[in-house]
Design a protein around this ligand. Structure first.
Ligand SMILES: [Zn+2]
Length: 261
């Protein structure tokens, strides 16, 4: 089967599985309409996916035609022995996402876009689908450049994306996770407790835990924060506490209509 189809199945399948698990065993009660949040977040995801097809169909065809061959690139990772090349590729792509995430928080014009993601007032697996189209475009185009420059095998990149999408849905989920499992998971990956701190209204807490798939970048660059009382975390943005004003159209307009806070 085409790996892009597999990616799509995991993307939507993962969302359904995590949302059902949350309903079965939630971390804490929801305080805002789940149905409204789900509709908003999933509508954003679907509109982003459709617009990507409309604007970048030609580019996607060119990339797909490259297949597993990737003859260029500084590191030429696609020509390394499989496992070292594969692992180094995963690490470098994840490091790119970590660095981009830091930039989205530090550069005001990028924060305007990323703020849409942080405006969710409860956090669950659907929050992993709540991104502004501008952020999807910028991150997506730059990552193609990174994949190309480093010479990463495009199929390896798609495998990373499958892992990454599942990891993002998991660490946004509000599933009640076993404490021991979370501690072990944290050794290498981002657990929900770690990412929940990143979605806090408190800015010093928000400015931590930028990791996407692996947790060790935050450890390495001094941005890991785990000493936070999970029960006291208020999710969202201090500047946007009116749930009624966080619908689909308002989120599309948010980067252009409101100054950066
Ligand atoms: Zn963020």
């Amino acid at each position: 089967m085409d790996i892009r189809i597999i990616k799509l199945v995991f993307f939507w399948g993962g969302l359904i599985v995590f949302l059902l698990l949350e309903l079965h065993k939630p971390y804490r009660p929801t305080t805002f309409s789940k149905l409204k949040r789900w509709l908003t977040n999933i509508s954003l995801s679907i509109s982003n996916g459709l617009l990507i097809q409309v604007f970048f169909a030609g580019l996607l065809v060119i990339i797909a035609s490259q297949g597993v061959r990737q003859p260029y690139g500084l590191l030429n990772l696609s020509r390394q022995p499989f496992w070292p090349g594969f692992i180094l590729s995963l690490l470098l792509i994840d490091l790119y996402f970590y660095a981009m995430h830091v930039l989205y928080h530090k550069v005001p014009i990028l924060w305007r876009l990323h703020r849409v993601h942080h405006s969710d007032m409860n956090m669950d697996a659907s929050t992993a689908h709540r991104f502004h189209f501008g952020e999807i475009c910028i991150t997506g185009l730059l990552r193609l450049l990174v994949v190309y420059i480093l010479g990463i095998n495009y199929t390896v990149y798609l495998i990373y994306e499958i892992f990454m999408n599942l990891a993002i849905q998991f660490h946004h989920s509000s599933i009640k996770v076993n404490g021991t499992f979370e501690k072990v998971w944290l050794l290498f990956f981002v657990p929900p407790s770690m990412h929940r701190i990143h979605h806090s209204v408190i800015i010093t807490e928000r400015d931590s835990n930028y990791g996407v798939l692996f947790s060790f970048w935050d450890r390495l660059f001094g941005t890991l924060a785990m000493q936070v009382d999970q029960q006291k975390i208020i999710i969202g943005l201090g500047s946007h506490r009116n749930f009624a004003k966080l619908g689909f159209l308002k989120l599309w307009a948010m980067p252009f209509t409101e100054k950066s806070l």
